[in-house]
Design a protein around this ligand. Structure first.
Ligand code: NAI
Ligand code: MG
Length: 503
């Protein structure tokens, strides 16, 4: 492919494109500072649109709008809240092609077809009226005890750029299904799909002020959300460094939160694995979205007897991955930004310097001077303590580590600070059971691509990959707090105070 001189077409649906404004209290507004940020297609570096550079004053306005909207939204019956979410999902489905194109262009990934957001929201919408409490035993028959699950009030979320549509749908969907109102900041690199989804939420009849979107940089609009005294709960997805800052801000405000902070997910391959199934799945797992997926399986941990054949087949499969711009018939697009391009290329250099061997890839593909492209890259002879084996690269870079036996496989697989997902390829049920128990990860996949095929699986991390779970049925419950109610049929007689006459 030699696409650098052809300019890929830009396809933006005017019904969905929000240019120059963000959503506060149902109004499309600029930032109070008046400045904007360019959003570019990372394949062509063409500007797609501009978004307001929001700041703390804008966040404050959004929080106040969310506070105003909260009582009516909380008091709307849960079935009606669910029905509005179903209607939102229908609109997303109707605009599926345009949303897919929009996200493809701002993220720089190939077109994926109908986006998952409608399905995600329908799953969550179905949970809205299944938020239930308990009935509790009491000491007296004229008393009832019960628990209520209530929304927190105004909640906040900060999401990254790698899957802006699905991230927006899961955080906003679960939070508002539970009756909260939300202020959410999309990433500065990919805010257009979130804004389009917010537009459809309004169109679906979700009342103004229930969903507020403040665009802007992390250190400005982002930092202002957990620091705001009226925010009652937070959700964050992104890097551990930023996650730690969010958690500190939440600590100052005594606000609970969940964090989803990426991974260094192992793919453990045993000699009895079906390599015909495993190899394409593993290559897909590290090249999908150009490796910019928190769940990307970035380490192959293989038993030595299968090593040579596996490396040959992984390399051949990686060489078949076609790279290019979103609208072309390709498997993999560019990285999101110049900064991430430098970061990923820097990690490739680090791997070489540390003595790992580049089997295929290892740089910018020939002919791609425009856009942030990088080749699918396979490193062999990687030692478990090398930085490329320990740190999240967030690019299409796969490291192969050979081990002697199952015990070493577990030690290496668990030997990073991360613990998001892990996959195992084996045909032995005993190996599968032991590995499923001993891998330290929030999700384990046996003989299947990471996370594939499960409906409503809770998603989240062990260790530094974070805590809290999104996506499953419990994700709605995470946005609720529990109240215990005790209720008597009648006011009980007050015990009389003992007086001297009693003696
Ligand atoms: P980041 O964690 O800095 O950005 C994620 C979100 O946090 C964005 O919306 C950003 O504007 C916001 N943010 C940044 N600094 C903030 C602050 N001080 N206060 C409040 N919000 C703030 O991630 P970044 O810089 O885009 O990527 C760096 C690395 O992070 C990637 O290479 C990757 O390893 C990891 N990452 C992991 C993701 C995941 O899915 N777990 C998603 C994005 C990045
Ligand atoms: Mg950052």
């Amino acid at each position: 492919m030699t696409a650098t001189t052809e300019r890929p077409e830009t396809t933006l649906d005017p019904d969905l494109l929000v240019d120059g404004s963000m959503l506060i209290g149902g109004e499309w507004v600029p930032s109070s500072g008046g400045e904007t940020i360019d959003v570019v297609n990372p394949a062509t570096v063409q500007v797609l649109a501009r978004v307001p550079r929001g700041n703390a004053a804008d966040v404050d306005a959004a929080v106040r709008a969310a506070e105003q909207a909260f009582p009516a939204w909380r008091d709307l019956d849960a079935t009606s809240r669910g029905r509005l979410l179903f209607r939102w999902a229908d609109l997303i489905e109707q605009h599926g092609t345009a949303l897919d194109q929009l996200e493809s262009q701002e993220v720089g990934r190939p077109s994926w077809g109908p986006p998952p957001m409608a399905g995600q929201l329908r799953f969550i919408a179905g949970q809205a009226d299944k938020v239930q409490g308990l009935s509790l035993p009491t000491y007296s028959p004229d008393q009832l005890g019960l628990t209520l699950r209530e929304p927190y009030g105004v909640v906040g979320a900060i999401i990254p750029w790698n899957a802006p549509g699905p991230m927006f749908a899961t955080e906003v969907g679960a939070a508002i299904a539970a009756g909260n109102t939300i202020v959410i900041k999309p990433a500065e690199d990919a805010p257009l799909t979130p804004l389009a989804l917010a537009k459809l939420a309004l169109e679906a009849g979700i009342p103004p002020g229930v969903v507020n979107v403040v665009t802007g940089y992390g250190g400005e609009a982002g930092a202002a959300i957990p620091a705001h005294p009226s925010i009652r709960r937070m959700g964050f997805t992104g890097s551990p460094q930023t996650g730690s800052l969010i958690m500190k801000a939440c600590a100052d405000n005594l606000v609970p939160l969940h964090l989803e902070l990426g991974g260094k997910s192992p793919q453990v391959v045993f000699p009895d694995a079906d390599l015909d199934a495993a190899v394409p799945a593993m290559v897909m797992g590290i090249t999908l979205n150009t490796g910019q997926i928190c769940a990307a399986g970035s380490r192959v941990v293989c038993l030595r007897s299968v090593h040579d054949e596996l490396v040959d087949r992984l390399a051949a499969q990686m060489q078949r991955v076609r790279v290019g711009a979103w609208h072309e018939p390709v498997n993999m697009g560019p990285l999101i930004s110049e900064r991430q391009h430098q970061r990923v290329l820097g990690y490739i250099d680090l791997g070489r310097e540390a003595g790992a061997e580049v089997v295929t890839g290892g740089g910018v593909p020939a002919g791609y001077d425009t856009g942030y492209f990088v080749e699918p890259t396979l490193f062999d002879n990687v030692a478990p303590d090398m930085r490329i084996a320990q740190e999240e690269i967030f690019g299409p870079v796969l490291s192969v580590i050979a081990v002697d036996d199952e015990a070493e496989a577990i030690e290496v697989a668990n030997g990073t600070e991360y613990g998001l997902v892990a996959s195992v390829w084996t045909n032995d049920v005993g190996t599968a059971v032991r590995m499923s128990r001993r891998l330290q990860a929030g999700q384990v996949a046996v003989n299947s691509p990471l996370g594939a095929g499960v409906i409503g699986g809770p998603f989240g991390g062990y260790k530094h990959s974070g805590f809290g779970r999104t996506m499953g049925a419990d994700s709605v419950l995470e946005w609720t707090q529990v109240k215990t109610v005790s209720m008597r049929a009648a006011v009980p007689p007050v015990p009389r105070t003992r007086t001297p006459e009693d003696d």
